[in-house]
Design a protein around this ligand. Structure first.
Ligand SMILES: CCCCCCCCCCCCCC(=O)SCCNC(=O)CCNC(=O)[C@H](O)C(C)(C)COP(=O)(O)OP(=O)(O)OC[C@H]1O[C@@H](n2cnc3c(N)ncnc32)[C@H](O)[C@@H]1OP(=O)(O)O
Length: 488
């Protein structure tokens, strides 16, 4: 029966399996990709086979719990070939709804799993804005021992408290070996773009001791979705102290940041998370390029490949001493107009991307020591800026290692090539990152990144990053390459 699957379907399925199905969301993406791509002539036997495969994979992946397994044995079993993509879609969604409840997120204006294939729902805002006077004027209630604080990140003391909270409690990998260690300078940069609101840098502290125990932030941004440029908040740095987890504090914090964003007459937001929530607009994968393979192996970030020795590994990942592209140099203030033009033109091709003007570019990409690095290619002939690449610095703490405590990681940011091939530009980025002492260069498979990842010896990581919009519906799940947005 599988022989009747279209070759597209089979290869999509095999690719997904080869890459390791990691979440329920993978099934949805797989299914919807297939549903979008396969035309109405899709064979019913193929559908039966797809149905079986999806069911088996969901069971393997633990996406069906004991209650839902029984109910779905009957509805997802292979039937006589009368089913349609729509029926199958409904069945998968029912399964997902039964197995994954989101008490908080189900109450929010975000795309819900059950709406995923309802193409009658329009793209755009889910709820209309209300009058500012109707926005709740007082903060949400917190449990009695705690109070809200607004964090002034210009204050050295406050910035240090936020840094300490995050460096001890923020995002870790699945095995709890590494934890993001955003520097104070980075946090100030990330939270102070043009037009930022201090009131969107929100802390929760213990009333009696004033100890900071939770944090969430928003910053303003213009994000274009297709042709619609929307004022949004980018929400980030949601963190609850480890000792206060699972007490439903996060939903209160999200509601409070939402309220404060509404007070500025902004009704949409963009955010990313490592967890699957209703409902990603796309799901991206991290790729890692070793620059200091010995250290990466010593600390357990990577493993020696099969049939590889350390000396062969060192040779494999060695990069030249200096960039190859004539005219490749650090970006300067005078480059802001040219880089803005390059970036604006480049980002137009993606479905979702920031709408950046010169002040934004000056803030976000002008080099800042130990925070963001940007390079341009200036044509030696006519001195025009033809290409641009950038990365930001985000170290991770290495947890419980006797020798190493910090992993120095560069993250690919925005890159534009009009003359230098992208792969050459990104090789030069690796070279300067190596010169600066980075251990690893990370990149998501967004924008055109897929075109250089394999060639430049990046390997796929196991982390996924899901992108979300709040109060804005997108009809189809995007491919990562349709996304032109990097959130910090
Ligand atoms: C218009 C303006 C709108 C502005 C707002 C736009 C939305 C912004 C949204 C925020 C964007 C943040 C972007 C980033 O910063 S992503 C980085 C998130 N931070 C970390 O991963 C750091 C380590 N973890 C923690 O500090 C805690 O585990 C957090 C704080 C994450 C949850 O705390 P805790 O573990 O103690 O849980 P709870 O009992 O309080 O609450 C449980 C509820 O919270 C939902 N949950 C869990 N993790 C996330 C998550 N990463 N995004 C959104 N929701 C999340 C969860 O599904 C459940 O809801 P539901 O499943 O029952 O429904």
């Amino acid at each position: 029966m599988c022989g009747q699957l279209t070759s597209d379907l089979e290869s999509a399925w095999n690719k997904l399996k080869g890459e390791g199905l990691t979440s329920t969301f993978d099934f949805i993406v797989f299914f919807l990709t297939v549903a979008n791509d396969v035309n109405s002539g899709f064979s019913p036997c193929g559908l039966g086979c797809l149905r079986k495969q999806v069911r088996l994979a969901m069971a393997d992946n633990g996406s069906l719990n004991d209650d839902t397994k029984d109910q779905n044995t009957s509805s997802l079993e292979i039937v006589n070939g009368e089913s349609s993509i729509d029926e199958l879609s409904r069945e998968i969604q029912e399964t997902l709804t039964l197995s994954q409840r989101h008490k908080f997120w189900e109450t929010q204006p975000v795309g819900q799993f059950k709406d995923l294939t309802d193409t009658s729902l329009p793209e755009g805002p889910i709820e209309p804005p209300t009058a500012i006077s109707e926005v709740k004027q007082e903060p949400y209630n917190l449990p009695n021992l705690y109070e809200w604080v607004t964090c002034d990140m210009n204050s050295e003391e406050t910035c240090a408290e936020v840094y300490n909270l995050l460096s001890n409690n923020y995002v870790e990998d699945d095995e709890n070996m590494f934890r993001f260690n955003y520097s104070k300078e980075f946090l100030r940069w990330a939270l102070h773009p043009p037009g930022y609101y201090k009131t969107w840098h929100i802390g929760v502290c213990v009333k009696s001791s004033k100890k900071l125990v939770a944090f969430i932030t928003g910053i303003p941004a213009r994000i274009r979705v297709r042709t619609d440029v929307v004022s949004m908040a980018e929400v980030n740095f949601l963190c609850v102290h480890k000792k206060l987890r699972s007490k439903r504090l996060a939903p209160v914090m999200i509601k409070e940041v939402t309220r404060r964003v509404h007070l500025e007459n902004i009704w949409q937001a963009a955010y990313t998370a490592g967890v699957v929530l209703p409902t990603p607009i796309t799901s991206c994968q991290y790729w890692h390029r070793s620059l200091n393979p010995k250290k990466l192996i010593d600390v357990g970030f990577s493993r020696l490949g099969p049939r590889m020795t350390m000396s062969r590994t060192l040779k494999l990942f060695k990069v030249p001493d200096s960039p190859a592209t004539p005219g490749f140099r650090k970006m300067e203030l005078r480059d802001v107009p040219a880089v803005t033009r390059l970036l604006r033109a480049y980002l137009m091709q993606f479905v979702v991307a920031p709408d950046l003007d010169e002040p934004d570019v000056e803030h976000w990409v002008l080099p800042k020591e130990e925070v963001v690095d940007s390079y341009v290619v200036e044509s030696p002939e006519d001195h025009k800026i033809t290409d641009f690449c950038s990365f930001y610095t985000l170290p991770s703490s290495i947890l419980g290692h006797p020798i190493h405590s910090i992993l120095k990681a560069a993250y690919s940011y925005y890159n534009v090539s009009t003359k230098t091939p992208l792969v050459q530009l990104m090789n030069d980025a690796l070279i300067v990152a190596k010169q600066k002492g980075f251990d690893v260069f990370n990149a998501l498979d967004v924008m055109h990144n897929e075109s250089f990842l394999k060639e430049l010896k990046y390997g796929p990581g196991d982390g996924k990053l899901h992108y979300y919009l709040y109060n804005y519906r997108i009809k189809h799940i995007l491919r990562p390459s349709e996304l032109g947005l990097v959130l910090l």
